[in-house]
Structure formats: C-alpha cells, structure tokens
Design a protein around this ligand. Structure first.
Ligand SMILES: NC(=O)CCC(=O)C(=O)O
Length: 264
C-alpha cells in the first residue's frame, strides 16, 4: 500500500476558493497512491476561529465536491482532512450549536463514504468547545487492507479512544491535525505512543505554515506498529510518501503478542 500525507502549509491571505483549488491539485498529483490524507480544518483554518462561521460548509458543500472530484480523478482513497461542518439541514447538537469539526473520507470513485465528528474539542474555554459541538461516534475507514480508526488532532491525547477503536478491530489510525510548533515534542511522542501501545500503524498528517498568529508544527509522520518512525516530514509544506506492507501488522502482533496479555 502506498500512502501520501499532504502536509499543507497556509497563511491568512489565501481565499477559500484559492485554497480549495490548490488542495484539489495536490490530491490529483498523488495518482498512483492508494490512500491520500489531508490535515485538519485546512479549509477553515485550524486556529482561525473567527473565520469558521464564514468558511463552514455542509459535508456535501463546495469543498467536499472539490475533494470528491479530485479523489475520483486521482483514483485514490482520500481522507480529506476535516471541515468546519454546518449542516444544510439546520441540525443542531445538544449544546444548541450547528458547527462540528468533521472529517470526510472519499472512495476512489469520489463517493463520500465516511464522516467523523471530532470527539475531544480543543481550546478549553475558547475555540472548539465554545463554537462547536462534540462528536460521539467511533468511525472507521475499511480500505487498502486496513481497518483505520478515525480521530482528529487533540483526540490524540486521549488513549481510551484508541483502545476503543482497537477493541473494534482497528489495525491503523488516521489522524489529521493542526498541531502547533509550541507542542511539537508532545505530537511526536503521542503518535509513537498510540502506535506502540495498540500495535497499530499511525498516519499523522499535520499542518505547516503560520496562520492566526500560530506557527504549525509540521512533522507529519508514518509510524509502524513497532513504534519505528517510517517517515517524518519537516516544518514546511511537503508530501510524505510511504510504501507499507499491511500484512506486517498481523505478523508483528503474532510474533510479539502484547495485546493478548491485556487484563480487563
Ligand atoms: N487542533 C487541535 O486539536 C490542537 C491540539 C493541540 O494543540 C494540543 O493538543 O496540544
């Protein structure tokens, strides 16, 4: 399986239409890959809280349509990162808000096959908890020989989410992010921790550049179930391409059967 993580850099100056065109072009360039992954909230701006209402969209809105077309043109499974989701239906959550941080997954024919609403909201009294509803459901991408649990950025700090995904058969985790440079060490550590403790392949696709006064960490990474970092990006925009034999996940679990020693 060939995976491409598109570590996108952006600033505050690019319009939504320009960025969407740019990202769709980058996805098309990955034709030949099996799975392509984009970062969290690239269309709305990960830390651009004030932009979210204006840049929010339905899961079948213009950003999703551009991603669907790009996935189909490239013939790849596409984890399109997340959008600031405002459903056209007018749906509101239990806190009365109508905004979620929602990941979109497309098949190689451009069909929207899965959506995941971020469960753990980042920002404490501001940001996501103030503006967005929390997701509640575990979601998986079953493709290219993987059963990949979906999560987003801050979710990475909550190991019980990944255990729950493991208990539902996860062999991999796909984690789009807008993780800042100020906490780069934690990002790198937690990606490896989730891989090692669950014996899962980890695909962490972060943002680069500086927006809303916050420098992003980059350092997207592909981590094997052993904890070995198979590839890691630098600070700037970069496409990380990795070929990985998915059969090695089951083989490693059989050779080193840690998970069989759990005491519940
Ligand atoms: N977008 C996020 O969820 C940021 C998370 C973060 O900065 C952290 O956990 O640290």
């Amino acid at each position: 399986m060939r995976v491409c993580l598109i570590q996108l850099a952006y600033d505050d100056d690019e319009s939504l239409a320009e960025r969407t065109r740019r990202v769709a072009g980058l996805v098309r360039e990955q034709a030949g890959a099996d799975l392509v992954v984009l970062p969290e909230l690239w269309s709305a701006g990960g830390f651009s809280y004030r932009e979210w209402p204006e840049r929010s969209q339905d899961v079948r809105g213009e950003v999703a349509q551009a991603l669907a077309a790009a996935a189909a043109d490239a013939g790849v499974w596409l984890h399109g990162g997340s959008i600031a989701e405002r459903p056209d239906s007018g749906e509101t959550g239990p806190e009365g808000k109508s905004l979620w941080n929602t990941s979109l997954v497309f098949s190689p024919s451009g069909e929207l096959l899965a959506t995941y609403r971020k469960i753990h909201r980042f920002g404490f009294a501001g940001g996501e908890p103030k503006l967005m509803e929390a997701g509640t459901d575990l979601v998986f991408l079953d493709a290219v020989g993987l059963r990949a649990g979906l999560s987003t950025c801050y979710d990475l700090r909550f190991p019980e989410l990944y255990r729950a995904q493991l208990d539902q058969g996860a062999t991999a985790f796909v984690i789009p992010a807008a993780w800042p440079m100020a906490r780069l060490d934690a990002w790198r550590l937690l990606l490896r921790a989730r891989a090692v403790e669950n014996q899962c392949l980890v695909l962490g696709c972060n943002t680069a550049g500086t927006h809303a006064g916050t420098q992003m960490a980059g350092h997207s990474a592909v981590v094997a179930p052993t904890g070995e970092v198979l590839a890691e990006a630098g600070d700037d925009q970069e496409v990380l391409r990795v070929d990985f034999d998915v059969d090695t996940i089951a083989a490693f679990r059989q050779d080193f059967p840690v998970l069989a020693d759990r005491r519940l």
